[in-house]
Design a protein around this ligand. Structure first.
Ligand SMILES: [Zn+2]
Length: 93
């Protein structure tokens, strides 16, 4: 689900203008040992490459940065969904 939302691309690489779909992993913004209920919460998940995943875990990429990207992705997702619904409505006529 999350990989699909993020189009199977590392979201940090993407913001550097790189389309990286190799070695992607799902990162939890808040570690799941701290809150198990967040395991499948899309607002806590982000697709990252191995390198950026490690940097996020080490704190080289801050929690704030990760959170901001997730928020952007969630909004993009809603927009796409609305667009999809609009298009479906048009086709319906
Ligand atoms: Zn990356």
């Amino acid at each position: 689900m999350i990989r699909k939302r993020d189009m199977y691309l590392c979201q940090v690489c993407l913001r550097q203008g790189v389309y990286n779909c190799g070695d992607i992993e799902v990162h939890h913004a808040i570690k799941i040992d701290e809150d198990k209920e967040l395991t499948f919460d899309s607002s806590n998940l982000i697709t990252l490459c191995q390198k950026h995943h490690r940097q996020a875990d080490d704190g080289e990429i801050t929690f704030e940065v990760i959170k901001k990207i997730i928020e952007e992705q969630e909004q993009t997702n809603e927009k796409n969904l609305k667009l999809f619904q609009m298009n479906s409505a048009v086709v319906g006529y």
